[in-house]
Design a protein around this ligand. Sequence first.
Ligand SMILES: Nc1ncnc2c1ncn2[C@@H]1O[C@H](COP(=O)(O)OP(=O)(O)O)[C@@H](O)[C@H]1O
Ligand SMILES: [Mg+2]
Length: 274
Amino acid sequence: MKALEYKNVSFGYRDDSLAVKCVNLSVEEGEFVAVLGQNGSGKSTLARLSNGLLWADEGSVYVFDRLLTQKNEREIRRDVGIVFQNPDSQAVASIVEDDIAFGPENVGIPREEMRERIDRALKAVDMEKYRGAMLSRLSGGQKQRVAVAGILALRPRIMIFDESTAMLDPRGRREIMDVILKSREEFGVTVLMITHFMEEALLADRAVIMHEGKIAAEGKPREILKDADELQKYRLALPKTVEISRKLRAGGLNVGDAFTAEELTGEILRAYRS
Ligand SMILES: Nc1ncnc2c1ncn2[C@@H]1O[C@H](COP(=O)(O)OP(=O)(O)O)[C@@H](O)[C@H]1O
Ligand SMILES: [Mg+2]
């Protein structure tokens, strides 16, 4: 079943230019799609068009085969949760626990279940100790963890992360990624992840590149992320490790493309052993 589908969707903030241009994209239930693209390419706008935070000027959006309209917007928002990049702009309460409770409360989750959901969500993002803390006292990364906990507690069938781990260090990003992958296993959640971190994109089933409001390319992450000429067209860089492996190859060491630091080490060791 299709979880999310954009059909010929266009949107402009002003009349003179379109931020999203005739996008066709369909995401299967349970699929994990990474969305890449330089700043201003329309990624956040596309995310906001998925659940009525913005309305398409042209074209249609379908969520689990229902056409998104102003009539079913509320119902569809239960199915599509978005975590944004800036945690301050999405906080709705001053205490961590209340902030996480807001989403589930709004959709009528009973008290007893709520407690359990909040406990689990806080534990998942390793923020149990901050349950009663003031959000304003937390670091950017901690706020992002709370925002992720909020969507975990809400348990929408589609989770969209819009550069939601930008303030975390690599280890923190890895932890959040693990949480997302786990809830995908457990609940069959569909994930759309807007990111410029290659290590996140590599874990996706499919990568989509946006450029000037359009879907410019899509495919397996490893296919998309190894085509330097194509990436350059969209002002994206090769993953550092791929670049290094190519330099080593040019220098005479027989290594294959490596997409992670681990793979790079493996390739180098193999090259020296053979
Ligand atoms: N609130 C807004 N008002 C006017 N223009 C906007 C607004 N938000 C984004 N834009 C413009 O729309 C285009 C796409 O932006 P956005 O979707 O935020 O791209 P991305 O998330 O890929 O960086 C850009 O040209 C940006 O300047
Ligand atoms: Mg954006």
